[in-house]
Write a protein that binds this ligand. Sequence first.
Ligand SMILES: Cc1cc2nc3c(=O)[nH]c(=O)nc-3n(C[C@H](O)[C@H](O)[C@H](O)COP(=O)(O)OP(=O)(O)OC[C@H]3O[C@@H](n4cnc5c(N)ncnc54)[C@H](O)[C@@H]3O)c2cc1C
Length: 390
Amino acid sequence: MLPTIEMRKVMIIGAGFAGLSAARKLAQCGLGLEITLFDKKEDSAFLPLLPDCLGRGVNPEFLLSNIENFCGKLKIKRVREEAAAVDFESQQVVTLASKYAYDFLIIASGSQTNFFSNQAAQNYAYALNNINDLKPITEALEGNKFEYFIICGGGYTGVEIAANLWLYFKKAGRDKKIIIVERAPVILGPLPDWIKTYVQNNLKSMGVEILANSVIEEIQKDRVRVSGRPVFEKAMLIWSPGVRTADFIQQLPVAKNPQGRIVVDEYLRANPHCFCAGDTAFFGDKNNFLRMAVQFAINQGNQAAVNIIRSIKNLPLKKFRPLDLGYIIPLANNKSCGEVFGFKLKGLLPTALHFIMCIFRSAGFKNKVGIISDLIKSLPGPYFIGPGKV
Ligand SMILES: Cc1cc2nc3c(=O)[nH]c(=O)nc-3n(C[C@H](O)[C@H](O)[C@H](O)COP(=O)(O)OP(=O)(O)OC[C@H]3O[C@@H](n4cnc5c(N)ncnc54)[C@H](O)[C@@H]3O)c2cc1C
């Protein structure tokens, strides 16, 4: 028999956008649930501004919000450990130290850099997928020992990193070569042609070279060999060909896509007692699925919590109906592009919208003010636009 409502244990793995929105909803639902949040990190990080910490000099501190404080305010139990496994049979979250029984579980552990089992990349390449990745990159940039900056992967993150490196070197007055290496014939594969063309021209105007139909063939310390090219010496490799979900998910007996995202039903369930949200959840089918984005992570976290509350109250579950507001590819020369509410946007407006979204969604007044102040400081003039006509 299930325990009384007051005794119900709801566990959430991951204190990112999805996990925190779920935790807040559950804590405020008035059912007196016992909520436990698992995350090893001290702070939750606002990832969309990571590249701007490089180019625009946004202080990484303003991306952080303390998980302990969040849990304290909402009377949520905090476990500062990583989930190492989940036992669906006995309904337990397993960490290296202990086992925790749950009635309902939300897996919201986000995604991490996918090194595709490439040991040399793991040893020598840099990545930009979480807050801890920033320090090694900024230290390497400050050390000024590299001439070539090779970005493996021409997806959203790859192009954002390239543009921010361009801005960093422009501000530092250094002339460096930035190269994007992309296996496919074109960067930003699944996006509409006009975006690909706009971004490509934009990057070219910054002097970023795009090597399409190319692969990284060999990686050594400070040396990179790209197909059909002489070895790049003094090369810093930034690894951005894709992401995958957390390690423990790989062992779970559930359907997953090739990135390890858990296939969820229309109610965001992997099974009747386990919901998934954010980057961890694969919602849709292989031709039409939700991309990894903050808006979906927050909405899915909320919806997973609502469906747990409804399960406890024996009410029918609600289908998740995603509202796609659109997307923006923010580029550091302020010529961004994207589709918002179905409108095609180019230039300064999408740049501004991106930062408005970031400021709006950032946690806490201090962070918001800090981000605004750092963004203003990064502008050489009020209407700064980068080089070249795009
Ligand atoms: C550089 C970069 C730029 C981006 N730009 C944009 C953008 O402009 N717009 C946009 O919409 N999206 C952007 N994204 C994507 C967006 O950040 C993600 O889609 C979003 O963070 C997903 O939220 P989440 O809650 O699923 O995961 P996350 O925010 O990644 O949070 C996951 C949490 O789970 C924790 N965790 C991981 N494994 C475990 C474990 N085993 N046990 C316990 N806890 C665990 C992690 O520590 C982390 O705190 C960007 C991402 C990156 C990396």
